[in-house]
Design a protein. Sequence first.
Length: 44
Amino acid sequence: MTSPQTMDQQQEARRRGVRRTLWVTGTIAVAIFLLSILSMLRIS
């Protein structure tokens, strides 16, 4: 059985990893969105 402090550290590390993943996916999504808008403007 792991101690509560170790579990807290694991949870915090997991939370940090999730936050980083969300930032990366969000940034990629925004970049794709902006590129699609730019390509539409270029076509018309």
